[in-house]
Design a protein around this ligand. Structure first.
Ligand code: ADP
Length: 369
């Protein structure tokens, strides 16, 4: 007897998804990948969530329907693949059990100051008394070792509870690991896909991060498989998106925000940081020159209904601080230091707010200093 995809589809219309009472085909759960080789039939069923309680019973019912309506000799058992629209969310506490909050720092475009913001945010949080770790996951340009002046550091192994763990480098009160410690800067870009994902997973799971209030991840710009790996590996508390006020940067930031709040990634956006908001020359401190347009980030935040966490001016010392390995946030009384302190306070506030109001079941509570 010849088997056709339509016969399979017809059989699957007889199976109902218990959650809605509608059949699998009209629910759009049957993927367009039915393969038939002789008697062997395989295809995928698409569920909304990876932990859908009905997965087993629906797969069983689908197998039975095919054997009943298409033919008893169809080889179907074990050939139905289960897929989920939403990424599998890791159980909080599994990896990094002693880390209270995980913040992904991201940008739509490269060169907008994402790494600079991540470094200074980490330093500002540490100055406020929090325990802070930073993972530099930007495989396109791991710059944190330079910004923290630990370029020469070579993370070593330590034994903790009978496990060999990588000891992060540390400076300015921030523990740091970077993909840059393990490869030459020029080669980092070759670390795509599975290789980069595995290396990063190791830097998360096999490192001695210890107790942390905030664990920041400096993600690569744009949208990549690294983003997906990170959300599948860690229960990320929220994302901070960095953009300049320039239209082209904002367009990409918008895409980045949509990616985070989209079904697949599904990570709350804590807010937007507008970097390079204006330029103020040292000799004319009252003047603000809006080189990349005025308040574009503020408008985008309003439009996307997310908080504006901070506006950071263009200041030469920010760039120099990055190059020399002394982040400006180390001086909390300078104009730039104040801007990063304010940013850190707003991030903490957003996380408190979320922990208290929005998602009490999933998120852990921020410890007091
Ligand atoms: P990204 O991580 O988005 O690629 P970086 O943080 O590496 O961007 O920043 C790109 C360059 O811009 C660096 O040289 C950095 O020092 C500089 N920079 C970033 N933000 C500012 C700022 N607010 N003022 C002056 N220079 C800045």
């Amino acid at each position: 007897m010849a088997i056709y995809p339509k016969l399979i589809m017809d059989a699957l219309t007889k199976v109902r998804y218990p959650g809605t009472g509608k059949d699998l085909v009209s629910m759009g759960m049957v993927e367009d990948n039915i393969r038939i080789e002789g008697n062997k039939v395989s295809f995928s069923l698409l569920f909304e969530k990876p932990n859908d309680p009905f997965i087993k019973s629906v797969v069983k019912a689908a197998e039975t329907a095919i054997l009943t309506y298409v033919g008893e000799d169809v080889e179907i058992k074990g050939n139905i693949k289960v897929e989920a629209r939403q990424a599998a969310r890791p159980e909080p506490d599994k990896l990094l059990p002693n880390v209270k909050n995980i913040i992904a720092v991201s940008s739509g475009k490269g060169g907008v100051g994402k790494s600079t913001v991540a470094a200074n945010l980490a330093v500002a949080l540490a100055l406020q008394g929090y325990k802070v770790g930073l993972l530099d996951a930007d495989i396109f340009g791991p710059s944190q070792p330079k910004m923290f002046n630990v370029e020469e550091a070579r993370p070593y192994m330590v034994e903790v509870d009978n496990r060999e763990l990588i000891e992060p480098a540390a400076n300015y009160g921030v523990k740091l690991l970077s993909i840059g410690f393990f490869v030459n800067k020029e080669d980092a870009i070759l670390w795509r896909g599975a290789m980069a994902s595995n290396a990063l997973k190791q830097l998360i799971g096999d490192a001695n991060w210890g107790d942390l209030d905030y664990f920041l991840i400096d993600l690569p710009p744009g949208t990549s498989d690294i983003h997906l790996t990170m959300v599948q590996t860690l229960a990320i508390t929220g994302a901070v998106v960095v953009s300049t006020p320039q239209e082209v940067a904002l367009a990409d930031a918008r895409k980045g925000i949509s990616m985070f709040i989209g079904e697949k990634i599904n990570v709350p956006v804590l807010g937007l940081v507008e970097n390079m908001s204006w330029f103020t020359p040292a000799e004319l401190p009252e003047n603000k020159y809006y080189l990349f347009g005025k308040e574009g980030g503020k408008r985008l935040a309003e439009e996307m209904n997310i908080p504006l966490l901070g506006q950071i001016p263009i200041v030469q010392s920010i760039c120099e601080g990055g190059d020399s390995g002394t982040p400006v946030a180390l001086n909390p009384n300078s104009i730039t230091g104040k801007a990063f302190q304010e940013l850190a306070e707003n991030v903490v506030k957003q996380i408190h707010y979320r922990n208290e109001h929005l998602d009490p079941t999933k998120r852990v509570v921020v410890t007091k200093k």
